[in-house]
Every structure is written in structure tokens, then in C-alpha cells.
Write a protein that binds this ligand. Structure first.
Ligand code: ING
Length: 312
């Protein structure tokens, strides 16, 4: 028995500051239609897909920053995407900047949602690992102010029983942290969906720049293999507001192999038929967590003394 989900990695090229949300939505609808033409069940769009990657600038005025946030979802700008997806019978993952009022307090998150084939939001995730810095750093060619503009996500890493399997979500920098995949893996995740906006150049470590695509692939492929899950990673790519961002969107099998990849820096769709039952081949053998993981023996800081004793 196979549980095949046909997935479209819908990479976007630059969303420039002068592009409106409806410009971005129109491009995403084009990719959605292409995906439906290839029998996709689910399409994954990038992080912050509706706007340019605004954390690259320092903005003093909060009202200026808030222009990049969505106050409700769907809204007038995104309703056409929801409507077309429902008409086509395709679900999607969408990254955007969320402004929410919770208990009378205004909260701002880097958010992703999972929308089912009926156009209903069935899952939400708020980015936990926020890279960059909170104060403007004039020495940088461009800023990375996610720690200033967003709060740490408060929804944890959850799984959602959708599309015939166990789906998980994360965002961008989360993909670099093994904890992300392991927390999802311990919940039996079978497909991790993630969008990213990754500059080629990381100002604090220019020596990493040549490895940016390698590191992108490395973290998603190892996360997939070590947690016996599919991983779908989708870029907003290309020279956005003059800042080059990596592409490298790809669909990764539980084996760690990339089965589909984008090869440009523009709007591009990569499609794969993903059999969720392939996860079982790893979850029931080498990564059978119940049989082979030994968390009680891992010597966390709280049992440091225990390790020293064993060493004598
Ligand atoms: N972007 C980057 C990412 O983790 C970054 C931050 C840039 C890390 C360059 C390392 C090198 O992919 C976001 N938005 O998290």
C-alpha cells in the first residue's frame, strides 16, 4: 500500500519592494495552476512569500515595519490564492509576516500556514529560530533584523494529520537546527514543509558564502534521513533588492536523496510523487526511536557528574 502525495516546490524569484502583494499572489497562482496541471495535491511556497525580505533594512518607524505584516489570513490580497487553490483542489503552505492581537497585546511573528484542499487553514507555525540581530549594525552591507521585527514563535513544532499523513512545518533558519527535525520526528512526522529566504552572503562569516547552497542541502537532507521523513524546502531566490539570495529548492526523500530540485533563481516549480510509506523503511529499522534511542544515557548537563564517575 502506498500513500502518495504529489508535491510541488513552488520557488519564487525576487519579490521587489515595489511589487505589491497582489503581484506576488498572481505569480503564486501561476505556479499553483502549473502544479494542478501536474496533479499536485500540495504546493509549498517560500517564507515571507508576499513581500520582499524586509528584515534586510533597519526601519525606525514601527508603522513602516508593520506595512509588511498581515493582520488576518486570508485577507483581500490573499483571498484569490485561497479561492484558486480550492477551485483546483490543491492544498498549500504559505509563509508570511503575521501581526496578531492576543490578550490585548500586539504580537508579530514570522509565520507559515498549512491550507487543505478545501481552502481551510489546518495548521499554523511561528518561526522559533530567528537568526541575525535586534539592533542595527552599520558595518553590515545589509541588515538581518528578524530578532527585532519578530517574536520567537510560541506554537512549538507541531504535526498535523493532513494529506493522508503526518505533516510538520518550520521556517528557514529552523532547518539548520537538528532539534527542529527531531522534535517533529519524535511526533512521527512524515513530511516537513519549509520555506526560506537565505542571502548568499552572511556578513559575520563571509568564508561560509561559497558553501551556502551546500549547507542548505546538507541540513535538509540530513534532517530528512535522521528522522525518516520527507523534507520540502522552497526558496525565495535571486537578487532581491540587490541582495543575492540562494535558490536550491528541493524535495528530499527519507533516504536523504533529493528527488526534485529547482535549478534557476526565478519562479520555478519542481514536482515529485512522494510516497509517505517510504518513511516506514527507516522508521521501522535504523531510526526506530523506541528500539534504538537511549535518551536516558545521553549525559545531559544535569547528569554531568554521572559521566565523570563512569570515566574513573
Ligand atoms: N535566513 C538565513 C537562513 O538561516 C542565514 C539566515 C543567512 C543563515 C546566511 C546563515 C547564512 O537560511 C533566514 N531568513 O533565516
Amino acid at each position: 500500500m502506498s500513500r502518495v502525495v504529489t508535491v510541488g516546490a513552488a520557488q519564487l524569484g525576487p519579490v521587489e519592494p515595489e511589487h505589491s502583494r497582489s503581484d506576488a499572489v498572481a505569480r503564486m497562482i501561476e505556479l499553483l495552476r502549473d502544479a494542478a496541471g501536474m496533479s499536485c495535491d500540495l504546493v509549498v511556497f517560500p517564507e515571507l512569500a508576499l513581500t520582499t525580505f524586509f528584515p534586510r533594512w533597519y526601519m525606525e518607524d514601527q508603522a513602516e515595519v508593520d506595512r509588511y505584516f498581515e493582520r488576518e489570513m486570508p485577507n483581500a490580497d490573499t483571498q484569490p490564492l485561497f479561492d484558486e487553490a480550492r477551485r483546483l483542489g490543491v492544498g498549500f503552505y504559505l509563509g508570511y509576516a503575521e501581526l496578531a492581537v492576543e490578550d490585548g497585546k500586539t504580537r508579530r511573528f514570522n509565520t507559515a500556514i498549512l491550507v487543505n484542499k478545501e481552502g481551510v487553514i489546518v495548521g499554523k507555525y511561528r518561526k522559533i529560530h530567528l537568526p541575525g540581530h535586534a539592533e542595527v549594525e552599520a558595518w553590515r552591507a545589509f541588515q538581518h533584523l528578524e530578532k527585532r521585527y519578530f517574536e520567537t514563535g510560541n506554537l512549538g513544532f507541531g504535526v498535523f494529520k493532513e494529506f493522508g499523513g503526518t505533516m510538520g512545518m518550520c521556517l528557514c533558519n529552523d532547518r539548520r537546527w537538528p532539534e527542529t527535525y527531531r522534535v517533529l520526528g519524535l511526533q512521527g512526522v512524515e513530511m516537513v514543509l519549509l520555506g526560506y529566504n537565505t542571502p548568499v552572503h552572511n556578513p559575520p562569516a563571509p568564508e561560509h558564502d561559497d558553501l551556502s547552497l551546500y549547507h542548505n542541502a546538507l541540513v535538509m537532507r540530513s534532517g530528512a534521513y535522521q528522522n525518516a521523513t520527507w523534507v520540502v524546502g522552497v526558496a525565495k531566490a535571486g537578487p532581491e533588492a540587490g541582495v543575492p539570495m540562494i535558490g536550491g529548492s528541493q524535495i528530499v526523500a527519507p533516504s536523504g536523496e533529493a528527488v526534485a530540485m529547482c535549478t534557476t533563481l526565478g519562479d520555478e516549480l519542481a514536482v515529485a510523487r512522494c510516497d509517505l510509506d517510504l518513511c516506514t523503511s527507516y522508521k521501522s529499522t535504523i531510526f526506530n526511536f523506541d528500539r534504538h534511542r537511549e535518551p536516558q544515557a545521553y549525559g545531559l548537563i544535569t547528569s554531568r557528574k554521572g559521566i565523570n564517575t563512569a570515566a574513573k
